[in-house]
Write a protein that binds this ligand. Structure first.
Ligand SMILES: [Zn+2]
Ligand SMILES: [Zn+2]
Length: 110
């Protein structure tokens, strides 16, 4: 299975498994797009380590709002983050992870 595909399944089943609840504000959500799998040890650090990317212990389920707050995306930084798809209420939060996994895939499969 491709890493990107594996991530989509992994993120989706983990959200379900943890009860669709934001682990910070404890709110329950009904749409998977309203919550994201956030890496506790940041992607910037673990981006070359596939096992760490898929390590459940390194994942916190956060709602889009808390996720933005955790990454310090407020004001202008929030707008930029939304544009760059690196977290923020407008997207699933998986884009940076997906981009990273795509890069790794390219390295593996050429
Ligand atoms: Zn929250
Ligand atoms: Zn995050």
């Amino acid at each position: 299975m491709k890493l990107t595909q594996r991530w989509i399944r992994f993120a989706s089943s983990l959200k379900q498994k943890r009860g669709m609840v934001c682990e910070l504000c404890k709110k329950k959500y009904h749409k998977k797009s309203e919550i994201v799998c956030h890496h506790i040890i940041p992607m910037k650090i673990i981006k070359h380590d596939v096992e760490m990317i898929f390590d459940e212990k390194n994942i916190q389920i956060l709602c889009n709002e808390c996720h933005s707050a955790v990454h310090g995306y407020t004001g202008t930084a929030k707008l930029i983050a939304e544009k760059q798809n690196i977290g923020g209420p407008m997207h699933s939060g998986a884009s940076y992870v997906m981009q990273t996994l795509r890069k790794i895939e390219r390295k593996i499969y050429g």
